[in-house]
Design a protein around this ligand. Structure first.
Ligand SMILES: NC(=O)c1ccc[n+]([C@@H]2O[C@H](COP(=O)([O-])OP(=O)(O)OC[C@H]3O[C@@H](n4cnc5c(N)ncnc54)[C@H](OP(=O)(O)O)[C@@H]3O)[C@@H](O)[C@H]2O)c1
Length: 301
C-alpha cells in the first residue's frame, strides 16, 4: 500500500510517498481502507523532531482517518463507513491507504458528515468535547471564551458549546468573524486589535494558544470558573496559581481516542480549508504550519 513516510526529521520536504506491506488488524482492531486522513499541528511537531513521540524515523504520521471497514469483525461489517482517531501517540499511521484502528476508537460515519469532513474531525472534535464537557463541565447558560475559534479545534468547540446552550465568545482575526457568526458564535473578539481581557467575565475558557494566554485568560474567568488548556506550556501558570485566583485549572495534555465520544457529538459543520491529494502532503503541512488556516486541512487518498 502507499503511505507517507520520512527517513529523517526536518521541514515538510522530508515527507515522501513509499510502498509498504498492508498492516493486519489484531484482536480488538479493525483494518480501515482510508479515504481521507486529517492533518493536525502535532503531526508537524513530530515530523520536525520537536516532539519525538514516535521514536526515530522512518515512521508514518496521522491520527485522523475516515473510510470503509475492510473485513467484518469487532462489531463492524465489511464496507461500513467509519471514522475515528488512532491512539495517540501510539504508532501513528493515518497517512496511508490502510490503517489499523482500535474498534473502540471507531464510530459509524453519521449522514451529516461527508467522508472529507469525517476524516478532518476526530482529533479536533474529541479534543473540544473532552476539554469543554469532560474537563470544563460546560452547561447551559454559562459564558465560554474560546481562543482561536476559527481553527481546527476552535471551530468545532464553539459549536459544541452552542449545542450545550452556552453563550459563546470567540477570538479570531477580523476576516474570520463572519465565519464565526455563521457557526453561532454570540460575540467575536478581534484579538489583533482588541484586548480579550476586556470582555465580561466567563465561566469557562478554552485556551488553545498557551504561553501568557493562561494568565491573561484567568483574569476574565469568574471566581469558581474553570480555565481548560490544551497546551502544555503555560509558564508561571498551574493548578496552584489558579487556586490563588479562585478558579480551577485543567490541562488536557492529550486527547483520548474514543468511538463513544464521537457518537456523543452534536451535529457539526466541519470546515475544510484545503483538501490535498496524499502525494501533496508537503503542501498540507506547510498550510498547517502557517497557523492561519480556517477549519481543517485533509489528505485525500
Ligand atoms: N492537548 C491536546 O490533546 C491537543 C489536541 C489538539 C490540538 N492541540 C493543540 O491546540 C492548538 C490548536 O490546534 P488547532 O488544530 O486548532 O490549530 P490550527 O487549526 O492550526 O489553528 C489555526 C487558527 O489559529 C488562529 N490563531 C492563531 N493565533 C491566534 C491567537 N493569538 N488568537 C486567536 N486565534 C489565533 C488562526 O486564526 P487567525 O488567522 O485569525 O490568527 C487560525 O484560524 C495546537 O497547538 C495543537 O497542537 C492540543
Amino acid at each position: 500500500m502507499r503511505v507517507i513516510t520520512q527517513k529523517t526529521v526536518g521541514d515538510a520536504s522530508v515527507l515522501e510517498v513509499a510502498e509498504v506491506a498492508t498492516p493486519v488488524a489484531g484482536p480488538g482492531e479493525v483494518l480501515v481502507k482510508v479515504g481521507v486522513a486529517g492533518v493536525n499541528p502535532v503531526d508537524t511537531y513530530i515530523r520536525g523532531g520537536g516532539f519525538p513521540a514516535l521514536g526515530e524515523p522512518p515512521f508514518t504520521l496521522g491520527w485522523d482517518v475516515a473510510g470503509t471497514v475492510e473485513h467484518a469483525g469487532e462489531g463492524f461489517a465489511a464496507g461500513d463507513e467509519v471514522y475515528g482517531m488512532l491512539d495517540f501517540p501510539g504508532t501513528g499511521g493515518g497517512y496511508a491507504e490502510y490503517a489499523v484502528v482500535k474498534a473502540s476508537s471507531l464510530a459509524k460515519r453519521p449522514s451529516w458528515l461527508t467522508v472529507e469532513q469525517a476524516g478532518a474531525v476526530p482529533v479536533v472534535a474529541l479534543t473540544a468535547w473532552q476539554a469543554l464537557v469532560g474537563r470544563g463541565g460546560l452547561s447551559a447558560g454559562q459564558r465560554v471564551l474560546i481562543h482561536a475559534a476559527a481553527g481546527g479545534v476552535g471551530h468545532v468547540a464553539v459549536q459544541i458549546a452552542k449545542a450545550r446552550g452556552a453563550y459563546v465568545i470567540g477570538t479570531a482575526s477580523a476576516a474570520k468573524h463572519d465565519f464565526l457568526r455563521s457557526l453561532g458564535v454570540d460575540e467575536v473578539v478581534d484579538y489583533r486589535h482588541q484586548d480579550f481581557t476586556e470582555i465580561e467575565p466567563v465561566d469557562v475558557v478554552l485556551d488553545t494558544i498557551g504561553g501568557e494566554y493562561a494568565e491573561r485568560s484567568a483574569k476574565v474567568t469568574k471566581p469558581g470558573g474553570v480555565l481548560v488548556s490544551i497546551i502544555p506550556s503555560n509558564p508561571g501558570f498551574d493548578v496552584d496559581r489558579a487556586s490563588e485566583l479562585g478558579i480551577r485549572f485543567e490541562l488536557l495534555l492529550s486527547v483520548t481516542a474514543s468511538g463513544a465520544d464521537l457518537d456523543a457529538l452534536p451535529q457539526l459543520k466541519v470546515q475544510i480549508d484545503h483538501a490535498v491529494p496524499l502525494a501533496d502532503v508537503t503542501k498540507a503541512h506547510e498550510l498547517v504550519e502557517s497557523g492561519r488556516t480556517t477549519g481543517k486541512i485533509i489528505l485525500v487518498l
